[in-house]
Ligand binder design. Sequence first.
Ligand SMILES: C[S@@+](CC[C@H](N)C(=O)[O-])C[C@H]1O[C@@H](n2cnc3c(N)ncnc32)[C@H](O)[C@@H]1O
Length: 472
Amino acid sequence: MFPIKKDGTGNNWGKGQVEGRTLNGTKINWDTREIGISPVPKHRLWLLIEVFTIEWYNNVYIYEGDSTYMSGSNTLCNYPYPIYVSSKLYVGQIASTLLDYERLLSNPGIAPIHWKDSCIGSELSLHQLSPYIGKLKSCIASDLVDKYSKRGDLVIDPFSGSGTIALEAAIKGRRVFVADISPYSKVLSKAKLSAPSSLGRALDRADRVLEYAEKRKNPDLRIVPSWVRKFFNSKTLKEAIKFSLVCQELDENFLLACFLGILHHQRPGFLSYPSSHLVPYLRNKKFPCKNYPELYQYRSLRPRIMAKIKRAYRRFPADISSSSWEFRQSSIQHLSLPNSIDCIITSPPYMNTLNYGRDNRLRLWFLDPCGKRKVDNPVTQSQEVFQSAIVTMAKKIESALKSYKYCIIVVGETALQHKRILLSRIICRIFNDFAPSLRLISLIRDDIPDIRRARKDCRGTKAEHILVFRKI
Ligand SMILES: C[S@@+](CC[C@H](N)C(=O)[O-])C[C@H]1O[C@@H](n2cnc3c(N)ncnc32)[C@H](O)[C@@H]1O
């Protein structure tokens, strides 16, 4: 667990000697010139003493030095037990994230009470354009944006998903840079950031696009996979395919997101045969065609899309059109981050817990029928690749985040097949090694009530950890 090798190698550590045995309250002296380390910034100077007796991070006690980095002395005054100092003393630039993590984990911050409440009736209706597994609650995103950034700041989210953080940041006057590997995320994030400024404009645009799509030649349904055809009346499916193609040609992301939001459900305002809303499963056993023939009839797209647009404008942000934003469809591995970032707020894929490609398969088919871009990449499947993606992210953040600014990572407590591995610890270990200028200053544990979990059979994540790093 402890990152520093005993001989002091591997972490820019110098090694020195301390004589004999010392007790609590005893002053010890060191001189970094004698132990041969290069000067390090004062705030990064730590003194590490290997001790024989006390159980404290594998028998190692770490004391943060506050005197000059060339030489100094410190009194072991806060340590409650006698200390037996061995012959080894290391002084150097310690990345202390892991120590901070263990300390904060044993006494995590309490999530604000209102994070437990449903925000469905109070959040912007743009957040409800279309469902997304693993979506962050908008009130959490809102609080994090408020607390860790200010107007005009550049806020980034490299795992944008449904664009929750992007939208909250944009309406609060932040500049926004977001990215995600998924084409569904691209549509949703762009839709939220570029929605027409009024309901009237949105309905006008929809009317024109619908008219244009209606004039198109009908698609040949024989080339549509049977698993897709099973969800729709064939006349509805033809309208749906034409509309989604036209939206994509015209880059009409807002209309496309509204369309994806009404693609499948069991309610009359939706396009499919009765099925679930988040993940597409037909409910033809519960609603067999012979008992519910009306649910299997043609469903016209036009009135449903118009009604959906009206719902999207129920609680609409006052001023979003002036916000500056950019979305990149890219994996974290290939993403170039902008320089001089003021704030990072992100929730990476919960390793092995959610399956973005499978669970969004019907919506993704309309966006990418040939499945050219794989949404489920090894990052969401394997621990090693997940870790290497987080390493890439940590390195990028280390160089692009401005000093004294924040990086907030929201992560599920555990991964599905690794129940005993805390994802937040994996992330802190990686930040410890690859983003040493970021200090972990807070850890909040937020229990996820059943209602918010993507899977209700208790297999999914039960709590989230919110890690707050600050660059020093
Ligand atoms: C937990 S979700 C983000 C949810 C988002 N905060 C929201 O509120 O909707 C994680 C996202 O990571 C994306 N993702 C998975 N692997 C990725 C990769 N290698 N690079 C970039 N994005 C990836 C998924 O498509 C998914 O949208």
